[in-house]
Design a binder for this molecule. Structure first.
Ligand code: SF4
Length: 229
């Protein structure tokens, strides 16, 4: 059987008489398929829904659609045993701190799916003052599932897309084994006050507030002498 040297190992010289018998590879190439095969066929989503899209997600978990085919039927009731957060529904500002806290409680490797128009970009409530226009403003989304609501078939399609993404990952580059990777680790929990404040943007917010205060001072200085005269 011919087993040619491939990928990064292709430049390794193999004597001609051995080329039909020797397969040159590296540890990552050897382990990645097994590592990814096991993970992609045992994705455990979290029991977690926000609005109408959650009903479709619940339908997807029913016997008719048989998520067990993908090893995904075990919806876990705790983030600590889940590796997939399906954000299914309208993301309100009030809910964001809780969603981010749940995400932080999930162990790596973890994935996020934005299910439906609301979770992907605000949906029909995009202009609403209580609604966040997409969970990707706070969490790294791996797969977007379009629709309002997406059907169970659409969600399954998204789950298959996630499996394909997992299949492309490599032990050598995945963020959860690299301490310096900015995409790994905790996400700062936003603060809910009169409005939602993203703590990661605090420097920009302070700079903008300072600029606005200076502008207001200048305007007051201009209008006060006019009023006095
Ligand atoms: S996308 Fe449509 S179905 Fe899903 S939560 Fe928003 S309004 Fe409801």
């Amino acid at each position: 059987m011919t087993t040619p040297a491939t990928g990064a190992s292709a430049d390794v010289a193999v004597p001609e008489e051995l080329q039909n018998n020797v397969w040159i590879t590296n540890i990552a190439k050897l382990l990645d398929p097994a590592y990814n095969w096991a993970r992609k066929n045992s994705v455990w989503p979290m029991v977690f829904g926000l609005a109408c899209c959650a009903i479709e997600m619940i339908c997807t978990a029913s016997s008719r659609y048989d998520l067990a085919r993908f090893g995904m039927e075990v919806f876990r009731a705790t983030p600590r045993q889940s590796d997939l957060m399906i954000v299914s529904g309208t993301v309100t500002k009030k809910m964001v701190p809780t969603i981010v806290r749940l995400y932080n409680q999930m162990p790596e490797p973890r994935y996020v799916m934005a299910m439906g128009a609301c979770a992907s970009g605000g949906g029909p409530f995009k202009e609403g003052y209580t609604v966040v226009d997409g969970i990707d403003k706070f969490l790294p989304v791996d797969v977007y599932v379009p629709g309002c609501p997406p059907t169970p078939q659409a969600l399954i399609n998204g789950l298959i897309a996630l499996q394909e993404k997992i299949d492309q990952q490599s032990l050598a580059t995945v963020p959860w084994y690299r301490k310096d990777d900015p995409t790994a680790g905790m996400v700062e929990i936003p603060v809910l006050g009169p409005d939602l404040v993203d703590v990661r943007q605090i420097d920009i917010i302070k700079a903008e507030a300072k600029k606005a205060a200076q502008l207001a001072e200048v305007e007051t200085a201009v209008t006060e002498p006019e009023a006095a005269s």
